[in-house]
Design a protein around this ligand. Structure first.
Ligand code: ATR
Length: 275
């Protein structure tokens, strides 16, 4: 049996063990995936344990995505640029860090809502860690422009600059320019925590700000349909929830570890059954 793990603090809420064990079963792979509650003071010990036990793959969640980087042998350039690792591959004792969150999100967006991102105008609400990974991956798809708006505006400007600025097709805008920016956007993505359980009635912006037919996307998957998505749907937008990002970040990790295409439908059904 090949061993796999997810670590976090807390980790009890993680749906990864259920999803990944279902994926191994479906693919006929003899793997076992377990969750470990690792506090920051135990992180180094855990990584030593991965080497000692020959654990083949690890998913890394909050709060370890940054701190784990210095304990690995190599970091993929994309993960380095994003500044976070969520997936570790153990190649015969050599631990390599990857980030599958951003590419997982983009794969989900393309599969589930909008296959063609090239030429599109995209508005991103929020400038935190999740926003950074997603925009990094979106820029690979040659959108016309990516516009970032954040409550703390300086964080939007800093993030845009850090990801290459106007030359790379990304710019920060003031929060009060958001309504205008949304009115002709093809895709509007909420990466903030506004609307997440236990405050499901809140929305970062009114859905009526969006262009009918545009895509409204939310990283939140609890609830599955946020108030933002509900209002956008009422407006006549296509909506895209956050569950797919979770499924596809896991699908990429599965594929890096096993070299086998991930059974995405089974993974999705398995997680959906618990929500
Ligand atoms: P994550 O890793 O999920 O991105 P984060 O790095 O803590 O988490 O970022 C949270 C994001 O949600 C930030 O953009 C934050 O805005 P600020 O930078 O101004 O704090 C945004 N956010 C959280 N609560 C918000 C609220 N009530 N209204 C608007 N934005 C909010």
């Amino acid at each position: 049996t090949t061993l796999y793990a997810v670590i976090g603090d807390p980790v009890i809420q993680s749906k990864s063990p259920l999803m990944m064990n279902a994926a191994f079963r479906e693919s006929g792979i003899n793997g076992a995936y377990a969750a470990f509650h690792i506090t920051p003071d135990k992180l180094e010990g855990f990584v030593t344990g991965v080497r000692a036990m020959g654990i083949r793959g690890v998913n890394v969640t909050i709060p370890h995505k940054l701190a784990v980087m210095e304990l690995l042998d190599d970091i993929h350039p994309d993960a380095k640029a994003i500044g976070a690792v969520n997936t570790i591959v153990n190649d015969n004792g050599r631990l390599v860090g990857y980030n599958t969150d951003g590419i997982g999100y983009v794969r989900s967006l393309k599969e589930e809502a909008e296959p063609r991102l090239s030429g599109k105008k995209i508005v991103v609400l929020g400038a935190g860690g999740a926003s950074r990974g997603i925009i990094y991956a979106l820029l690979r798809e040659n959108p016309r422009e990516v516009v970032i708006a954040n409550r703390t505006a300086d964080k939007a400007y800093d993030l845009a600059k850090d990801l290459g600025g106007v030359e790379a097709g990304v710019a920060g805008i003031p929060y009060d320019a958001l309504k205008d920016a949304c009115s002709d956007a093809d895709i509007v993505i909420n990466t903030t925590s506004v609307g997440m359980f236990p405050h499901p009635g809140e929305t970062p912006i009114p859905g009526a700000w969006l262009k009918p037919g545009a895509v409204a996307s939310d990283l939140i998957y609890n609830p599955l349909k946020t108030e933002f998505l509900r209002q956008a749907e009422e407006r006549g937008c296509r909506i895209h929830g956050g569950l797919g990002m979770f499924i596809y970040q896991g699908a990429y990790a599965f594929e890096y570890w096993t070299g086998v295409p991930a059974p995405v439908e089974v993974m999705k059904e398995t997680v959906l059954a618990t929500l």
